[in-house]
Design a protein around this ligand. Structure first.
Ligand SMILES: CC(C)(COP(=O)(O)OP(=O)(O)OC[C@H]1O[C@@H](n2cnc3c(N)ncnc32)[C@H](O)[C@@H]1OP(=O)(O)O)[C@@H](O)C(=O)NCCC(=O)NCCS
Length: 402
């Protein structure tokens, strides 16, 4: 337990704190919580794991994390703390309570030894100061289905079945697992999260119908119909495909929904979807946004866990203003695999920990950060080498929101 200078106490939650914790969440996120949702969060986080801030008896701030496993480039699984439900009461904003909570919470994460901490951000300006960088990118696209025609070169492999999602849960969960193990940024999805997806509570459908499903041996899509003034939209909640064939087959089936005017989906920026169509301009990007943010807690462990796309032999200096995870590291990559150790040698690359977090899953480029003066490299060959090495064969994507 610690106390800040203005009398705010920081400590672990107890079972008794949960009603106030839920009230804080409802007020801050403006979302009423059902008893089922409270039980879900308590089960996933653990009743006594949230770190809370108290002003007298009142819970005025909280942060918590879910133990997660996330894939990194090359397919290895890495343990991560999935920070969630970060809240400070509107009556107590901008007095340093988030900073006090984060200082305590990250000391605990550091002690646990997990190499990564991850989160999703309600606003983009908050978490860089704590060493987090946006590490996956998603584009929301909309297609006017009435005019979409598949390119003649696109195969028609078939193999798609119409399903009621809850009736094929094992097949969907198995396909997700296979997709997750090859996708940097994707987390293992626990049973309790699947339970909520298949329960499909009405108050979480965003005004849409219950879920419809299309299933292929190597992919699936879950979607809803949402009605609007301009006609009906099929809003894809999740599309996962492991092969090019399943990707084409699922999109062919979606584009066959004759009574739907528009299809909306969130995809990675280099998704081949536009190339499936004779008129690629029909795939309109309506937003492009960050999803997963990464803070590297243990630089050598994290850098050794992933694979690289070319050899490297550099000394990198990492600045971490928030904790003491930075310093100088010798990074040597041979045949994709890295060895990373602390060193006193002069650096060839200098960057903040948040930039390293953004490069880590391969979704952002060292070259772009260098152009923005947020990564320094001793010469252009070194920059080229880092730029290429940190790429990823498979595009990074967050598996599920938390
Ligand atoms: C975001 C939130 C947790 C901040 O809490 P807070 O106690 O007011 O934050 P602090 O006073 O401890 O600020 C910590 C630092 O973050 C900065 N900061 C806080 N909120 C910020 C915001 N919305 N945008 C940019 N910077 C922000 C502060 O300036 C401060 O910077 P410094 O320590 O480097 O000087 C709080 O406003 C909140 O609960 N918002 C609604 C729920 C939410 O968005 N939660 C985040 C979910 S991801």
């Amino acid at each position: 337990m610690t106390t800040t200078t203005d009398g705010i106490t920081i400590r672990s939650a107890t079972e008794q704190d949960w009603p106030n914790l839920i009230l804080l969440n409802e007020i801050c996120f403006l979302t009423p919580q059902t008893p089922e949702l409270t039980a879900f969060w308590k089960g996933m986080v653990g009743a006594d794991r949230p770190v809370i801030a108290l002003d007298g008896d009142a819970v005025v701030g909280a942060t918590m994390d879910i133990p997660m496993t996330v894939t990194v480039p090359g397919g290895r699984s890495v343990a991560a703390a999935g920070i969630t439900a970060v809240t400070v009461a509107p009556t107590h904003r901008r007095r340093g309570i988030l900073r006090a909570l984060y200082t305590e919470h990250h000391a605990r994460i550091q002690q646990s030894g997990v190499p990564l901490s991850i989160l999703t951000a309600s606003e983009g300006g908050i978490y860089g100061r704590f060493g987090y960088g946006p590490a996956t990118v998603e584009s929301t696209v909309g297609i006017d289905r009435r005019f979409a025609a598949l390119h003649p070169a696109v195969p028609d492999p078939g193999g798609v079945r119409m399903v009621r999602p809850a009736e094929v849960r094992p097949s969907i969960a198995d396909t997700y697992d296979r997709w997750q193990r090859r996708t940097p940024g994707a987390q293992v999805r626990p049973d309790c999260v699947w339970d909520r997806i298949f329960a499909d509570p009405e108050n979480e459908r965003g005004g849409g119908t219950s879920l419809f499903g299309l299933l292929h041996d190597d992919g699936y899509v879950l979607y809803r119909r949402v009605s609007g003034e301009q006609g009906a939209t099929a809003r894809v909640q999740e599309i996962r495909s492991i092969t090019d064939e399943s990707h084409a087959a699922l999109w062919r089936a979606l584009l066959g929904l004759d009574l739907i005017r528009r299809i909306e989906a969130a995809v990675v920026p280099d998704d081949p979807l536009p190339y499936l169509l004779t008129d690629s301009r029909l795939v309109r990007t309506t937003s492009r946004h960050d999803e997963l943010w990464v803070r590297i807690m243990d630089v050598p462990a994290a850098l050794e866990a992933r694979v690289y796309r070319r050899d490297l032999d550099i000394v990198v200096h990492v600045d971490d203003d928030f904790l003491d995870a930075g310093g100088r590291f010798a990074l040597s990559v041979k045949n994709g695999r890295a060895a990373c150790t602390r060193t006193e040698a002069d650096p060839q690359v200098v960057l903040d920990l948040e930039v390293l977090g953004s490069l880590y899953l391969g979704a952002h480029r060292a070259r772009s950060f260098a152009a923005a003066h947020r990564l320094w490299a001793v010469d252009s060959q070194t920059l080229d080498a880092v730029d290429l090495a940190f790429g990823s064969e498979n595009s990074a994507q967050m598996g599920w929101g938390f």
